[in-house]
Design a protein. Structure first.
Length: 157
């Protein structure tokens, strides 16, 4: 993994590149040298967003205010296909901009969650860790790593 090249980062059940669930959230800035800026969501000091042109938005959250990373999200939004080459990927090659067919082929046992607010697909390691994939128009547009099979409707609140 090259800290300066987020496209080399691996999405795992407890991590995205150097970011790891359970790590101290205040120490993440030193790992995110590849990003041009970081910001605290307005009114949500426990959520950090990292930005880099040409790369999916990366958000980490400490929803319980315990100082630890509890959620790592990659967000492609409506332009997900723009990030196909730059997104971190799972070991099976799935990242932002991957097609739904590629996701289902890579993970035949993936489960669909018909969530009212954010329908998505979930993959577990069997130890309480999850990678959640939301899609739009046939492309993966959000990936959330956390210890539950849920993509929050709103990270802050």
């Amino acid at each position: 993994m090259d800290l300066a090249d987020p496209a080399s980062w691996i999405i795992g059940f407890t991590s995205v590149g150097p970011l790891v669930i359970g790590d101290n959230i205040s120490a993440t800035d030193r790992l995110m040298t590849a990003f041009s800026s970081s910001a605290v969501f307005e009114g949500c000091p426990s959520i950090l967003s990292f930005d880099r042109p040409g790369f999916p938005n990366l958000v980490i959250a400490d929803s319980s205010d315990n100082g630890l990373v509890e959620l790592i999200a990659l967000e492609g939004g409506p332009t997900s296909s723009d990030f196909t080459a730059t997104s971190p990927r799972t070991t099976a090659g799935i990242g932002i901009g991957t097609t739904l067919d590629e996701l289902k082929t890579a993970y035949p046992a993936i489960t669909y969650q018909d969530d009212h607010f954010t329908p998505h697909y979930t993959l577990t390691d069997g130890n309480g860790n999850w990678i959640n994939f939301a899609t739009s128009e046939g492309l993966v547009n959000k990936i959330v790593v956390r210890p539950m099979p849920v993509i929050p409707r709103e990270i802050c609140g």
